[in-house]
Design a protein around this ligand. Structure first.
Ligand code: C2O
Ligand code: CU
Length: 533
């Protein structure tokens, strides 16, 4: 293990740790395909459709006072002054051109979660771009190739545990549209401005609170629903938040979705929380799950589902009758809840602490989901498999992949066109929602049926989960736990596209790649300002 001081240095460097590990002059490695390599632009060019619409956006990150409902305000950071940030809505194949201005007192980036984006627009500081300095602008421009429910957030420090998050909805031009109306429901755990995410992390590093304390002193803090503690016996999160929000509002002053009786409503549910899985149910209704992480599944009817940090579920609900119904999102095993109201008629809203009976009904289980016909990966064995063991290090709140923290990790080399398997095994007492950038993998179901296409999947304690993806989007891509506290504490590595032909590498840097270590090229590259375009 690194000393605490060394660890902090690496963690502070963010994604640059990827490089520090290799910058010792290890020769004979296959050369890495860098964000500046011509193949990145060429891949993007193939995604461009003639006549595609271009959406010009302005996104300003800035300090903001937000009203969480009923006069409770908090000083936080937001995009364009709203919570959640402004919904971006485009059609598959369109181009997003976002003029970003960093009005924060610290460097930040935007990561477009789940999008098969060109690598140099992925928003990972020190890997795909330099962080955008305080006061500086940055232009993000990219094709959005796939329809679905996505979102965006920063990829620096604890920024994702502030108000910096917003939905990114990509409409499907060939959507069958078997619903009358759609709504976006964004869930969040909230501490910023009431407390401080950085201080929460510091407390965990000092050994105060966290899952260990919860397990030792009180057991899981919240209700245990039928079927037992799905995410394991220990507390599934480390932080107990003062508030849980639905569309930026606290439970006592809930957001209201208007509907008509018997209407079919598509809810696009996004979990933007940093440390909280939610168990979601709608009183008096079942939910038909139609998509997860943007991609369609064979529909499954459930009473409730657990949505982990950064996951998305699209569900269709047929409004039963005239009435006012609770939409409850219990912070799993934490005991509090986010809450919204589905109003299809007159009457009093249900109380903010409603616990609809559906919370005890059929829970969605990941193996229930099959990728829909059009989005299944080609069958066949993977060309390459990486085993990733998820663990907790000794002391000081350290989370590891294969026993290493990010910065000491060895990137997972893949070559263009390969089918790659990531085989996760969770040896820790907490669950981890594992996320891959730039790709949508397919869950490998034990029975062999094609599992859901997703970009984030829950790996439960003492369980294994394998996911396959096709390496069709060259570059350097992070793999990490989307518990932001775990991500910041080491639980991150990367998938590194490599080529054995050094002549292909790094565009104008190619000659040096041919002459020396590819890692040295990466080190040099990161020392230069990122060229965009
Ligand atoms: Cu929402 Cu690195 O991701
Ligand atoms: Cu984790």
């Amino acid at each position: 293990m690194l000393s605490r001081r060394q660890f902090l240095t690496l963690a502070g460097a963010g994604g640059a740790g990827l490089v520090l590990a290799g910058c010792g002059g290890q020769a004979n490695r296959p050369a890495m395909i860098l964000p500046t390599d011509p193949i990145i632009a060429a891949t993007e060019q193939r995604r461009r459709r003639a006549g595609a619409a271009v959406h010009d956006l302005t996104l300003d990150a800035a300090p903001t006072t937000v009203d969480l409902g009923g006069g409770i305000t908090a000083e936080t950071w937001t995009y364009n002054g709203t919570l959640p940030g402004p919904e971006v809505r485009v059609r598959a194949g369109d181009v997003i051109r976002a003029r970003f201005r960093n009005g924060l007192p610290e460097p930040t980036t935007i990561h477009w979660h789940g999008i098969a984006i060109r690598n140099d627009m992925d928003g990972v500081p020190g890997v795909t771009q330099q962080a955008v300095a305080a006061g500086a602008p940055f232009s993000y421009e990219f094709v959005v190739p796939e329809p679905g429910t996505f979102w965006f957030h920063p990829h620096v420090g604890m920024h994702t545990d502030t108000g910096l998050y917003a939905p990114l909805i990509v409409e499907d031009p060939s959507e069958p549209g078997a619903y009358d109306r759609e709504y976006v429901l964004v869930l969040d755990d909230w501490v910023d401005g009431l407390g401080d995410p950085d201080e929460e992390l510091a407390k965990l590093q000092r050994g105060e609170g966290g899952h260990a304390a919860h397990a030792a002193h009180s057991g899981p803090g919240g209700p245990v629903f039928s079927g037992g503690p799905y995410l394991g016996g220990a507390h599934p999160g480390d932080v107990t938040y003062p508030l849980y929000l639905a569309n930026g509002r606290r439970a006592r002053e809930p957001f209201v979705f208007e509907a008509r009786p018997r209407e079919r409503i598509r809810f696009r549910i996004i979990n933007a929380a940093a440390d909280t899985p939610f168990r979601v149910a709608i009183g008096g209704h079942q939910m038909v799950v139609t998509h997860t992480d943007g991609f369609p599944v064979d529909p499954v009817r459930v009473d409730n589902l657990i949505i982990a940090m950064s996951e998305r579920y699209d569900v269709v609900v047929t409004v039963a009758e005239e009435g006012v119904f609770p939409i409850t999102a219990v912070a799993e095993a934490k005991g509090n809840q986010a809450f919204a109201v589905l109003r299809a008629g007159a009457g009093d809203a249900p109380p903010f602490d409603s616990r609809p009976a559906e919370l005890e009904g059929r829970l969605l289980d990941l193996p229930d989901l099959r990728a829909a016909q059009g989005v299944r990966l080609p069958e066949g064995r993977p060309d390459r498999t990486y085993a990733l063991e998820l663990g907790e290090g000794d002391g000081n709140y350290v989370w590891t992949i294969n026993g290493r923290i990010h910065g000491e990790d060895e990137p997972l080399a893949v070559e263009q066109g390969e089918k790659v398997r990531l085989a996760f095994t969770n040896r820790s007492v907490m669950f981890h929602p594992m996320h891959l950038h730039g790709h949508t993998f397919q869950v490998v179901n034990p029975g062999g049926a094609p599992g859901a296409r997703k970009d984030t999947a829950i790996v439960r304690p003492d369980h294994s989960l394998a996911v396959d993806f096709v390496a069709d989007n060259p570059g350097q891509w992070m793999v990490h736990c989307h518990n932001i506290y775990h991500q910041q504490s080491g639980m991150m590595t990367s998938v590194a596209y490599v080529t054995r032909d050094a002549r292909d590498v790094a565009g104008d840097l190619g000659e040096r790649a041919a002459g020396g270590s590819a890692w040295q090229v990466v080190c040099d590259y990161l020392g230069r300002p990122t060229r965009v375009g």
